[in-house]
Design a protein around this ligand. Sequence first.
Ligand code: ZN
Length: 257
Amino acid sequence: MQYLDFHCHLDDERYDGARERIVDDCVARGFARLVTVADAHSERSLRVTEELLARSPRTACVVGAHPHKAAAYDGAVERALERFAAKAVGIGEAGLDYHYNFSPPEDQRRVFARQIAIAKEMGKPLIVHSRAAEREALALIDAGRFAGPVVFHCFTGDAGAAGEIAARGWCISVSGIVTFPKAEDLREIVRTFPAAQLFTETDAPYLAPVPFRGKLNTPAWVAYVAEAVAALRGLTVEELNARVVENFARLAAPPAA
Ligand SMILES: [Zn+2]
């Protein structure tokens, strides 16, 4: 089965000792792709990600500086990000988190704008993290005159934001939240969002889907996300996965301008 996990954090220390087995297991299950997030703030994360890329061609990565760490972003982090970006299929996750505000909003906006500029300069897709900040994230991307592609990972915005993302031809990636009982608004968006602009992800180790809520998430459980999304759209899981894999191929290798 050609599952695709568009966003997971295999660099997480909770996977120490299990990381290689997790990748090998997904490859054995026939995963099309596992996209892990490299953290430009962490030499350890970059090293671990490099090892995963070497382990299997089914792995891919994005690299970015998370809004939670925006207050610590400096020239050295940016240089590390730019260097590593050559190996990455996208820049991110980058964005705004006004739910937690672990870094001051002005720092988050500054660091997001820098990464929008880097994605634009390098011709890479931008992978956005947005919590309670979709409108402002869209405004900053527009202000940076970045035309895309853009993927809002683990989308949790409202129907209005989803509509704006869809109208720009951009994408959302759906996490295990789609299986949560209270996520009816998200399910409504997933039912009708353009099929060519959809991805599935785990965001592992976070956000384990039903029936594993609260447990340490793992990329293999993207199966539960795909099953939920497929059911909402009246597709078989095979059909849904085929679309997602196709969408990824288009995103990772955009037509020459
Ligand atoms: Zn995120």
